[in-house]
Write a protein that binds this ligand. Structure first.
Ligand code: TPP
Ligand code: MG
Length: 376
């Protein structure tokens, strides 16, 4: 097991004890404007805020580098598929950094930035997409469940887990990530309802990246997703998902709310998927260049770079260090990916059932004989 140790040393929360978070006229929480200025109402300690910003920026920058490298590996035929998280780094890093390392996360399938923050390394992140394993990593050491591709199923898994930790008397909070499209699944509504009824210690974190493959959010729902919380009895928050500090502050607040026994919360982070749905998708078929351009101007990394420059929180040395670290991560991603060997397919028969029944043994033997019938 290799770790990136992103969360070491652990970040400290500069928002503890602050009085309310600024909202824009749209109604969402935003601490930093798209051009990188801190809202004047932010009354957090500036030194702590600077340290946190640098940590979060590092996590976002490394995630983008890994994402870019994985995309290139797919284009070069080394991965079967990759789902980019470009554009969603603030939503993911801001939220995962705001919860305790032992708070249990149930991701969807695009949460590479959150996984990397938790210490899940490139080989583990890529093996599933190279098609050499059914899933990537052992969830236990990371408190980070494997990816779920069945939309919204993870909300039910998370709710079940949260009811379990609640009954164990543990103070763990369970966080689950899902998309705007997944929010349309019945499973999502069932999970939120049963979590609310039981005051489960949970955060339902929706990354509304505007698209579910080629279906826009406007075709999914008439009411903003965060407003569903009121119907179920969840605390509801809406946040600028491209503002990493706002995401961090909001997620910290709802996590402590849930940890204190006040019940679950839903957070809708409005963000944008800058790549295609996956490497098999061509987004130019359904969205305009102008839309992409408008969201590029809200790039979550550029916003933090502008903020750090304005506040004097970064210098050439800091940025150079991160650049070197990102390059090293990209090299490691490529190295580890190319070293991932395909397992012997015949082994798959041995891992289905503890006691292999006669029929399965016969099928295995037939497969092995068939394979042996090929000339090299
Ligand atoms: C139950 C189910 N139905 C359909 C699909 C096919 N599918 C895979 S991803 C996707 C869109 C999901 O969109 P969203 O929830 O917004 O997540 P995003 O990909 O934008 O991160 C669909 C329809 C699936 N994986 N599972
Ligand atoms: Mg989506």
């Amino acid at each position: 097991m290799t770790t990136v140790d992103l969360a070491d040393p652990p970040v400290t929360n500069p928002f503890t004890g602050t009085t309310g978070l600024p909202r824009t006229s749209e109604g969402w929480t935003q601490l930093v404007t798209p051009d990188g200025r801190l809202h004047p109402e932010v009354d957090a300690d500036r030194d702590a805020l600077g340290r946190l910003t640098r940590d979060l920026y590092r996590g976002m920058r490394l995630a983008r580098r890994l994402d870019d490298e994985a995309f290139a590996l797919q284009r070069q035929g080394e991965l079967g598929l990759w789902l980019q998280c470009r554009g969603q780094e603030a939503a993911q890093v801001g939220s995962v950094a705001a919860v305790r390392a032992d708070d249990y996360v149930f991701p969807s399938y695009r949460e590479h930035a959150a996984a990397l923050w938790r210490g899940i390394g490139p080989a583990d992140l890529l093996r599933q997409w190279r098609g050499v394993a059914h899933s990537g990593w052992d969830p236990e050491p990371y408190s980070f469940h494997i990816y779920t591709l069945v939309l919204a199923a993870q909300l039910l898994h998370a709710t079940g887990y949260a009811l379990g930790v609640q009954r164990d008397g543990s103070d763990t909070v369970v966080v689950t990530y899902f998309g705007d499209g997944a929010a349309s699944e019945g499973d999502a509504s069932e999970a939120m309802n049963i979590a609310a009824v039981n005051a489960a210690p949970m955060v339902f974190f929706c990354q509304n990246n505007q698209w579910a493959i080629s279906t826009p959010t406007a075709s999914q729902t008439r009411t903003p997703i965060h407003r569903r919380g009121a119907g179920f009895g969840l605390r509801s928050e809406w946040v600028d998902g491209n503002d990493v500090l706002a995401v961090y502050a909001v997620t910290s607040a709802v996590t402590e709310h849930a940890r204190s026994g006040n019940g679950p919360a839903i957070v809708e982070a409005t963000t944008y998927r800058m790549g295609g749905h996956s490497t098999s998708d061509d987004p130019t078929r359904y969205r305009t260049d102008d839309e992409l351009k408008a969201w590029r101007a809200r790039d979550p990394l550029a916003r933090v770079e502008a903020l750090m420059r304005a506040e004097g929180w970064s210098d050439e040395a800091f940025l150079g260090e991160i650049q070197a670290e990102a390059d090293e991560l990209a090299d490691r991603t490529r190295r580890e990916c190319l070293a991932l060997e395909a397992p012997d397919l015949a082994d798959a028969f041995a891992t289905v059932l503890a006691d292999v029944p006669q029929l399965l043994r016969e099928e295995r033997d037939a497969f092995v004989a068939y394979r042996a019938s090929f000339l090299d």
